[in-house]
Design a protein around this ligand. Sequence first.
Ligand SMILES: Cc1ncc(COP(=O)(O)O)c(C=O)c1O
Length: 439
Amino acid sequence: MFENVSKKDLEEGRKYLMEGSVGGVITVLIESGKGAVIKDMNGKEYIDCTSQAWTFNIGVSHPKVIEAVKEQIQKITHVRTSFETIPKLLLLKELGEIAPKNLKKISFCLHGSVANESALKLAITNNPTGMKFLSTFENYSGRTLATIAASWPHHPISRLFAPFMEHFIRIPNAYCYRCPFNLEYPKCGILCAEYVKTMLERGTEQVIAIIMEPMQASGGMVPPPEGYLKRLREICDEFGILLIFDEIQTAFGRLGAMFACEIYGAYPDILTFGKAIAGGFPLAGVMQRADLKPPEPATDSFTFAHFPVSFAAAIATLDVIREENLIEKAKKMGEYFTSCLKDLQKKYELIGDIRGPGLMIGIELVKNRRTKEMANDICHQIVKDSVEDGVIFGESKFKGIGNVLKIKPPLVISEGQADKVLEVFESHIKKHSEKLAKS
Ligand SMILES: Cc1ncc(COP(=O)(O)O)c(C=O)c1O
C-alpha cells in the first residue's frame, strides 16, 4: 500500500504531530516486525525489549492473530456494546475460565487507563462510604485525569494536575533496594504494609480501596518482597476496603505466570488488564469478584469498547500463549537473562540491582554501589545508543529521568537474541564503567 511513499510527504506529516502526545521519542520509523524483532523502513532490524509498550508478548504480528483479525474484519468491524457477537462471548468464556479465584465478572474497554477508571468507579459503587483511595509511591495507572491523579505525584508534569489528586493518598511502596524507611527486609517486619494499617486505624480519611500494580512497572520496576501483598490483602479485609491490582503490564505471561497475583499468592477484589491481551490490538478490561455489584447502568459504557476485531485477536492470542508454552518460556528466558546479568553485576559496579521475575526485568544503574547514586544520564545514554546497535531497551521511571533500564521483550525471544541483547548491554556498561573510573 505504501510502496511509493515520498520522504517529503512523511516530513510534511511529521510537522503536524502534537508534541508531548507521545512517550520517549525514539527516531525509528517502524515498517514491520516478526517475533521479537521490528524492522525500520530501511530494512534495519532491532530486537525490541519494550515489546512496543509491553503489548507483543506473543511476538510482533503473530500469524495466528493476523488470520483471526482478517477473518473478523471481513464479517464486521464494529458492533455497539448493547449487542452480542460470537468473539465477545467466546473471549468471555476463555477469560472467565482463567480469571484468578472468584474474579469472574468481566468488562471491556480499549485502554488500560480507562480500565483503571472503571475499577475506581466499581470501587465507589461497591463501597460508597467515601472517595479516597490509597496508591503507592510512583504507582502508574495511566494518563486520563483520574489515573494521572493516581500516578507519580512527585513528577512536575503530574503536579500540573494536582487538584485532581485530592482523592488519592500515597502509601510507601515496597521498594527494598531503596527502602522508604531505610530498613532491611525481612528484619523490617514489612513496615511499609504495617504503615498502611496504622494509616487506616489512626488516619482521618474514609478510604474505600487501594489501587496498585502488584509489581510496579513504570515507577522503577519494583517487585514486592514475599509477604507484602498478602499482608496488604489481610489489612484490606480487616478494614473492609477493596484491593485493586492493575495487571495491565503483568498479566498474560510476562512474569512467568498468567497473572502476577498467582505468583505472589495474594488476590485482589478487582483486577485490570490490557496491553498484551490482544497480540497488538487495542483491548483492556476489568475482572471483578462475582459477588460484588456491577456498575450502575450507563456509568461505564464506551462506543468502541466491544471491538470484535480485538476480541478475535485476543482469542487467538490466548491460544498462542497455550500452544507455544509461552508462560514456561518467559520463566526460563527470564532466568537465563537474570543469571547472565548477575554475572555482569560481579564485573561492573554500575549494575546496582537486578529485578524480575520472568521477562519483566529492571536493572537499576548506580554510579556508586555504596551511596547508590542514581546513574540517570548513563541509563538514558545506553538506551539511546543501543538503538544504533539494533537493540531497543526501555527505561524507567519517567522519560529521561530514570536510572532503571528495562528488558521486557516478547516472550518468544530466542537464546541467540537474548545473547545479542546482553552483548550490546555489556558493551555500553563497559564503556561507561571505564569513563566513570577515569572521572
Ligand atoms: C501498569 C499500567 N497501568 C495502566 C497503564 C495505562 O494503559 P494505557 O496506556 O493503555 O491507557 C499502563 C501503560 O503503560 C501501565 O503500564
